[in-house]
Design a protein around this ligand. Structure first.
Ligand code: G1P
Length: 289
């Protein structure tokens, strides 16, 4: 039985890769048709057995709180006009889970964002899910990590092989294989130039940590980009206790990149019966077949 019940979802980033739309809208609220990206992230946490979620927000992120909150006027309107299906959908969102919000006052990096949750985590192991990765799989990625944490009692990060030209956008690991799909971490480097990278295995935005990660976050100096990097804290942690890297099962969409976002929309649209055939027909026409 796993003891990981809390999760942190950092959602304070500025979303510069998606400007100008992210000037007035959080990147985590970008819609995959009719559902914002962060909804999928919260649902992954829930499906993994998490029942307490801390979202780290920043300036301009109020719409995330509004999205998961009750909406009495909207609900009254939907009830009065007999739109029961929509009413059920809206109510379900606000009853999903116990959500807490902590505001990161300055954008000092992912490591700094995670550190904001220390008090709330109160010495327990916890999961971190980055707010713009969606991972599709019957067994949620976070659940896969929690199971490994349960078996090994160690922090574990999800990794996947990334293309050479993307290596400098990820935390890249060096690992010693110990089981199929599982390595003990030998090193991890944040956004290395490709010729200096220890491999092409990148950390993809799902982690389960022992609480000692907070001590590490407090000890590291500023790293790449002048920010406090979670990767640097993991590097420090792995010198004090084993940390594992796991090649998770599932299809990841990096919705923080234009292509990943588009792929997610198309994939989720194809899952919808009412869109599938029309979308296929549109794409056939587009490619002239
Ligand atoms: C962050 C992490 C990086 C990780 C990546 C996954 O970078 O710092 O180690 O590989 O997320 O998406 P960011 O994409 O926020 O620049």
């Amino acid at each position: 039985m796993s003891t990981v019940k809390k999760a942190v979802i950092p959602a304070a980033g500025l979303g510069t890769r998606f400007l100008p739309v992210t000037k007035s809208m959080p990147k985590e609220m970008l819609p995959i048709i009719d559902v914002p990206v962060i909804h999928y992230v919260v649902k992954e946490a829930l499906a993994s057995g998490i029942d307490d979620i801390i979202i780290i927000t920043g300036r301009g992120k109020r719409s995330i709180e509004d999205y998961f909150d009750d909406a009495p006027e909207l609900e009254m309107h939907l009830g009065n006009s007999g739109k029961e299906e929509y009413l059920r959908m809206v109510r379900e969102i606000s009853s999903l889970v116990d959500l807490h919000y902590i505001r990161q006052k300055e954008p000092l990096g992912l490591g700094h964002a995670v550190l904001q949750a220390e008090k709330h985590i109160s010495g327990e192991p916890f999961a971190v899910l980055l707010g713009d990765d969606i991972i599709k799989n019957s067994e949620p990625c976070t659940k896969q990590l929690i199971d490994i944490h349960g078996r090994k009692g160690c922090s574990v990060i999800a990794v996947e092989d990334v293309p050479q030209d993307m290596v400098s956008s990820y935390g890249i690991i060096d690992g010693k294989p110990v089981e199929p799909s599982l390595c003990v971490l030998k090193d991890i480097v944040e956004k290395p130039p490709v010729h200096e990278a220890p491999s092409t295995m990148g950390a993809i935005g799902r982690y389960v940590f022992n609480p000692e990660i907070f001590d590490c976050l407090k000890e590291i100096p500023k790293g790449v980009g002048g920010e406090l990097q979670l990767t640097d804290a993991i590097r420090l942690l792995k010198g004090r206790q084993d940390v594992y890297a796991y090649s998770f099962r599932g299809r990841r969409y990096d919705t923080g990149s234009a292509m990943g976002y588009l792929e997610a929309i198309i994939d989720f649209a194809l899952d919808k019966e009412y869109l599938h055939d029309d979308l296929m027909e549109f794409m056939r026409r587009k490619v002239g077949r």
